[in-house]
Design a protein around this ligand. Structure first.
Ligand code: OAD
Length: 236
């Protein structure tokens, strides 16, 4: 494929080799917590201190790790590609943009952003958030939450993503288990609209049957290899 429109979806698996844990560990827990205790609006109402401590630790950890070869390869592909290119990530870390990706949607929000429930403003955030920070916009105290899409909330920029999926020629899913909708359904939209579909993952995802091609292995090996092939097809 020499040009055409590409949509890439990434999940926790692409950041695993940078040192960030994936979600679905064998014990069913996420960094020792049940998902409903830390990643729902109800959990935040019930125990904001616990939820803040959880995301403060995630933010600190994400700031301490580096983008890996898979993040960098996707940035290289975007820079060289003449067709439309959209990277959609479910990840809340900033490793894609730190690797140089530009056209990027964080559909599940970002650790490095806050959202004030008092005035509705969203803003960049670094370091611990905690329960008692004032909103940088309205100065109300105790109303700032991580700008993360929790279970039961609507992911960001769905219209833009749907439009790109319907118009893409190639859809690639990298490092995601295909367990969480709506992202898990993107492959079906793209395929129904005529795109070729490729899955790059350590093992077959839940939606594996919807992909035309599979490359199973670590993202830092498989993604640079695939990008190398794409870039050499541009030069052919
Ligand atoms: P998961 O933890 O569900 O899946 C990660 C996938 O990456 C699995 O299929 C692994 O096999 C694969 N994987 C692990 N290491 C890898 C590696 N080195 N190279 C390639 N693949 C590897 O994570 P997500 O699919 O991202 O949502 O989870 C989706 C959503 O569920 C998250 O965004 C989060 C979570 O609950 C919210 O917080 C709303």
């Amino acid at each position: 494929m020499r040009n055409g429109n590409i949509v890439i979806l990434t999940g926790a698996g692409i950041s695993a080799e940078s040192g960030l844990q994936t979600f679905r560990a064998a014990d069913g827990l996420w960094e020792g917590h049940k998902v409903e205790d830390v990643a729902t609006p109800q959990a935040f109402e019930r125990d904001p201190a616990l939820v803040h401590a959880f995301y403060d630790a995630r933010r600190e950890r994400a700031a301490a790790v580096e983008p890996n070869a898979a993040h960098r390869a996707l940035a290289d592909l975007e820079a060289a590609w003449s067709g439309e290119f959209l990277l959609v990530t479910q990840n809340v870390d900033a490793l894609h943009e730190r690797a140089g990706s530009r056209t990027l949607i964080h559909m599940h929000g970002e650790l490095n952003r806050g959202w004030c429930l008092a005035c509705g403003e969203r803003f960049a955030w670094e370091g611990a958030m905690g329960e008692q920070v004032p909103c940088p916009s309205c100065t109300d105290v105790g109303q700032v939450r991580p700008d993360i899409v929790w279970f039961g909330e609507m992911p960001y920029e769905m219209e833009r993503i749907e439009t790109a999926l319907r118009g893409c020629d190639l859809f690639v899913s990298i490092g995601t288990s295909g367990a969480v909708y709506p992202a898990a359904g993107f492959v079906q939209t793209a395929k129904y609209c005529g795109a070729r579909t490729l899955e790059i993952n350590l093992d077959p995802s839940m939606g594996s049957i919807f992909f035309d091609e599979h490359r199973h292995g670590p993202a830092t090996v498989e993604v640079p290899q695939w990008v190398k092939e794409m870039l050499s097809s541009l030069r052919a």
